[in-house]
Design a binder for this molecule. Sequence first.
Ligand SMILES: *Cc1c(COP(=O)(O)O)cnc(C)c1O
Length: 382
Amino acid sequence: MTNRIFYTRPSITELETGYAADAAANGWGARCYDYINRFERDFAAYLGSGFATATSSCTGAMHMGLAALGISPGDEVILADTNWVATVAPVVHLGAKPVFVDVLPDTWCIDPAAVQRSITPRTKAIIATHIYGNLCDMDALMEIGKQRGVAVVEDAAEAIGSIWRGRRAGSIGAFGTFSFHGTKTLTTGEGGMLVTSDADLYEKVLTLSNHGRARGSKKQFWPDAIGFKYKMSNVQAAIGCAQLERIDELVARKREILAAYMLRLSPLNGISMNPEYTGTINGAWMPTAVFHPATGITREMLQQAFETADIDARVFFHPLSSLSMFEDKPGNINAWSIPERAINLPSYHDMSEADIDRVAETLLSVVRSHRNNSAVRPRQSA
Ligand SMILES: *Cc1c(COP(=O)(O)O)cnc(C)c1O
C-alpha cells in the first residue's frame, strides 16, 4: 500500500467507458468515423473556431500546422525558451531554425518585447505556448505578427479552459493545437487537435493529414504531395466526446485545486503561482509554485521534501536552449532561473482536500525549516 500523491491522473467515468465500449463494438465500417466527426465538430464549437482536425498527438498537430504554413529549411520560428520539447521538435523536423526567447517573470509565457527584437527577414512564425494554462499576451503578439507579416500560432496543449479577453486559448492565432495525453485536463490517452478558422489552412491540413490526398479528388490512391498520417482512432475520439461533455466540470476542478493551494500558501511571502489577470481565465492545468530568489528555496530542497512526504515532484520545464541539441542561451534570464526555484504541484480531479493539505503543508515546512537554518528573510513577492 502506498500513500503516494501522484501529480496527475485522468478522471474516467461510466460516460467515457460507455462511449469507448460502443465505439469498440459498433464503430466500424460505415460508422468508423462517427465519434471522430462528432469530437471534431463539438470541439470546434467549444473553442469558437471554424474547423477542428483530430490528431494522434499535439506534436503531430503542430507538425502539420507548421507544414501547412509552408515552414521549410532556411526559415526561423520564434518560441519561448520555456517549453516542452514537443513544441520545438516539429520546427526541427521541417528543417527550420528555432529561435528561443525569454519568458515574462510572472506568466512564464513568451515575452512579446523579446519576440519583437528577434524578428528577422527569415522569421516565418511565432509560437505562443500558454504554459501550465497561463496565457500569453495575445494582443501584443497578434499586433507584432500583423505589423511584421509573421504568423502567430498557439500551442494550447496545456490551456484548455483558458480564456483571453473572451476568446478561448487556441482560437486566436492562425491555428491552435491541443494535447489529450493522459496527463492533460481532457484526455484520450494519446491524442491531439488542430483548430483554425482559416478555411484555406484547414484544407491544406486536411490534405496533409490524408497522406497528401486532397478532399474530393476523383483518382483513388493518388497523393498530390507527401503528407502525414497523424490521425486519431474512433475509440479514442469516443473517450474524447465524453470528456468534452464534462469539460466544464474538469476545468472547474482544476481551478478549484489551484485556488485551494493559493489560499493555503497565501501566508507565505516570496512565492507566486499561476496568475490570472483581469479579463482572463486561467484553465489551471498545472498549479506551479515559483519561489522568489531572495527566499533561497531551491528545486532540490523542494524535490527532497516531496520525496520524503511521498508526493510526486515534477520539475518546471528546463529551458530548451539548455538541451544538448541546442546552443545555450543563458541570457534568457527568466527561462533559466525560474526552474531552479520552482515545482509543479499535484492537481488531479479526484484529489482530496486532505491531499491538498498535505502538499501545501510540505511546501510550508520547506520554508519554515529553511528560515530556521538561515538568517535570510524572504522579501515581499512582486
Ligand atoms: C503535452 C504538450 C505537448 C505535446 O503533446 P503530445 O500530445 O504529447 O504530442 C506540446 N506542447 C506542450 C506545451 C505540452 O504540454
